[in-house]
Design a protein around this ligand. Structure first.
Ligand code: UDP
Ligand code: MG
Length: 310
C-alpha cells in the first residue's frame, strides 16, 4: 500500500483507522502501509512517526522536501515489496474499502486494476470541468489509451511494479505510464468521496503542469501541429505571392502593401514564437533528463529495513 501525503495531518489518523479496518477484514493478506511524506509543512511527519511506533506495518519515507504527488508515488514504489501494490491517496477520496474488490480482481488473474470514479462528490464545478477537458484532450492528442476518470488509485502485482520502476523520466505522469505498459488490465468502478479534511493540494498551477506533462510526455502531436500549420501557412503565402506578382506586373496597380505586410509579419511572428515555445519545452525536458539528477531524495525513514531502488 503506497500512500502519498502532503499536509494531511488532519486526515492521517482517520485514514489509518479505516485502512486498518480493511486490512483486518482481508485477513489472508499481509499488509504494509508505506506512507510517503512529501515534505509536509504541518504535523503529518510527527503523526506518521507516531503511527510507525504503534504499528510495525506502518513504514514511512520522509522525502527531504516537497517533490510533488507523482514523484511521491514513485518513491513509494521504489520502497514497496510484496506480491501486490496498491496506490491510494491519503485524503480518503479513494475509499480504502474498495481495495478488497481490487485484490479479488488480481486473484482472478489481472495484473493491473484501475479504479475508475463514476461520481465525484464535493469537488468544484471548475475541477470537474477541467478534469473533463483534460481527459478529452488527452485522448485526442495521445496516441495511446488512457483510462478516463482514473486517478492514481490502482492495484498491480510485482511484475508490473518491476516494469514501472524502470520508467525514470523526470516529468512523469503515472497514469500515462500505466496506460502504455500492457499486461492484463481491468477497471473497477467506484464513487469518489469528498475529502475527509483540508482542501485539495492540487491548485490550478499544479493541475496545469500535470496536464502539460501528460501531453508532452505521451504525445508528439504538438510537434506535428507545428509541421502542419507551417505547411498550411506556406501554401497560403504562396497564393498571396502570386497575387502580389500579378498585381505588380500584369495589372500594374501600385500596391501600398504596408498594411498587409504588417499583418503578415505579426501573424507569422506569432506562429513562429509559439512554435519555438513548443520546441523549447521538449528541448528543456531533454536537458533536464540529460542532467540525470535523482528524482527525489529521502530525508529519513521509519520501519524500513530494505534498500530503496532510488
Ligand atoms: N500530494 C503529495 N504531494 C503534493 C500534492 C499532493 O503527495 O505535492 C498527495 C496528497 O496528500 C493526496 C494526494 O497526493 O494524498 C492527492 O492530492 P489531492 O487530494 O490534493 O489532489 P486531488 O484529489 O484534489 O486531485
Ligand atoms: Mg484528493
Amino acid at each position: 500500500m503506497i500512500i502519498p501525503c502532503y499536509n494531511e495531518s488532519e486526515t492521517i489518523y482517520e485514514f489509518y483507522r479505516r485502512m486498518a479496518g480493511v486490512a483486518e477484514k482481508a485477513g489472508d493478506y499481509l499488509f504494509e502501509f508505506i506512507f510517503v511524506n512529501d515534505g509536509s509543512r504541518d504535523d503529518t511527519a510527527l503523526r506518521l512517526n507516531e503511527l510507525s511506533e504503534r504499528d510495525l506495518r506502518v513504514k514511512v519515507v520522509h522525502l527531504a522536501r516537497n517533490m510533488g504527488h507523482q514523484i511521491a508515488i514513485t518513491a513509494g514504489m521504489d520502497f514497496a515489496g510484496g506480491d501486490m501494490v496498491v496506490i491510494i491517496d491519503a485524503d480518503l477520496q479513494d475509499p480504502p474499502e474498495e481495495i478488497p474488490r481490487m485484490l479479488e480482481k488480481m486473484e482472478q488473474g489481472f495484473d493491473l486494476v484501475h479504479a475508475q470514479r463514476t461520481r465525484r462528490d464535493g469537488e468544484s464545478g471548475f475541477k470537474l470541468a477541467t478534469a473533463w477537458l483534460f481527459y478529452k484532450l488527452m485522448r485526442r492528442l495521445s496516441t495511446r489509451d488512457i483510462v478516463e476518470n482514473c486517478g492514481d488509485f490502482r492495484a498491480f502485482n510485482e511484475k508490473v511494479l518491476k516494469v514501472v520502476r524502470k520508467f525514470r523520466e523526470r516529468h512523469r505522469f503515472m497514469r500515462g505510464i500505466f496506460a502504455i505498459i500492457g499486461f492484463r488490465q481491468c477497471i473497477i468502478q467506484y464513487d469518489r468521496d469528498r475529502r475527509y479534511a483540508g482542501s485539495t493540494n492540487y491548485p490550478f498551477h499544479k493541475m496545469l503542469s500535470l496536464a502539460i506533462n501528460a501531453i508532452l510526455s505521451f504525445s508528439s502531436s504538438p510537434i506535428r501541429f507545428i509541421t502542419w500549420t507551417s505547411f498550411t501557412l506556406w501554401a497560403v503565402s504562396l497564393i498571396y505571392l502570386v497575387k502580389a506578382l500579378l498585381d505588380h506586373f500584369v495589372f500594374q496597380v501600385t500596391v501600398p502593401g504596408w498594411t498587409s505586410i504588417i499583418i503578415l509579419m505579426t501573424f507569422y511572428n506569432g506562429i513562429i514564437l509559439f512554435s519555438i515555445g513548443i520546441i523549447g519545452s521538449y528541448v528543456g525536458r531533454t536537458f533536464e533528463q540529460a542532467q540525470g539528477r535523482p528524482l527525489y531524495w529521502v530525508g529519513d525513514t521509519r520501519n524500513i529495513d530494505r534498500e530503496g531502488n532510488e
